[in-house]
Design a protein around this ligand. Sequence first.
Ligand SMILES: NC(=O)C1=CN([C@@H]2O[C@H](COP(=O)(O)OP(=O)(O)OC[C@H]3O[C@@H](n4cnc5c(N)ncnc54)[C@H](OP(=O)(O)O)[C@@H]3O)[C@@H](O)[C@H]2O)C=CC1
Ligand SMILES: O=C(O)[C@@H]1CCC=N1
Length: 268
Amino acid sequence: MKIALIGVGNLGLSIAQGLVDQTNFDIEQLVLTKRNVSNLDGWKKHPHVLVTPSNIDAVRASDVIILCVQPSQINTILNEIKDELDEKRHVLISTITGRKISEIAEIVGNKIAIIRSMPNTAISVGESMTCISTNGTGKAKIGLAEEIFNAMGETLVIDESKMQAATVVCASGIAFWMRLIRATTQGAIQLGFDAPEAKHMATQACMGAATLLLESGNHPEEEIDKVTTPQGCTISGLNEMEHEGLSSALIKGLMKSYEKISQIMTDK
Ligand SMILES: NC(=O)C1=CN([C@@H]2O[C@H](COP(=O)(O)OP(=O)(O)OC[C@H]3O[C@@H](n4cnc5c(N)ncnc54)[C@H](OP(=O)(O)O)[C@@H]3O)[C@@H](O)[C@H]2O)C=CC1
Ligand SMILES: O=C(O)[C@@H]1CCC=N1
């Protein structure tokens, strides 16, 4: 597979790492682009990785084009590469928050297969929760997108109307969970552990909770009921957290994040 990652910043480099580490399919060539490539020298050690500031060269050399620039940057890219796109060869995969397939097609035309993909930065370690959507000409290529992103975590095909919510839950979600781990770490430090120990303990406990749910299929409250010994310390702490609005704060934050995407969608 010949893939181009257009605009390798935080997400693009996470995808690049996931791609070079995955073993589900062969990568004949992976082209990484950004305007300032000075921080990409380390990628040249990979046998099939090319680095270039030229998006046009990247498109000409690739079959799958994954767009990873900021929402405000996408139209410049699309206008730059549109004449290089071949509907018989290219698949355009957009990770751009708030940019609809129809908006992309307005620039590149509706003969190109266009797919939206919403991964998260855990894709770099093969543990992304990636939501994918498409319509029209993209439907024939949804399997290819699933193959690519299933090699770096889990995927879920959703209606494009749900992509805004998926962004908040799964992509921004990494930051939300990181903040919860950080807060637990701060508590552990207050209770006497040094920072590295505290972070390790909080992170492994989080991994344990997630793995319990993934492997048991149980509802979180079923697992909580196994921990909350009557009159024990856990239920005391959990109820105090709820008195302080833990669940409500997280839900309100998800809604605020969703609202922000609505603003991003109107900003052009
Ligand atoms: N970060 C995340 O966890 C997630 C991000 N997203 C989406 O991914 C996209 C990228 O986000 P993120 O990685 O955080 O942003 P970054 O700013 O980290 O990355 C954007 C990259 O695009 C490059 N770029 C900008 N203009 C051009 C251009 N004309 N040609 C080539 N490269 C260009 C920039 O490098 P340079 O300035 O050198 O050109 C930069 O490295 C956004 O649309 C975001 O909504 C989606 C899911 C998760
Ligand atoms: O914060 C953002 O806008 C992007 C989309 C999800 C993660 N990062």
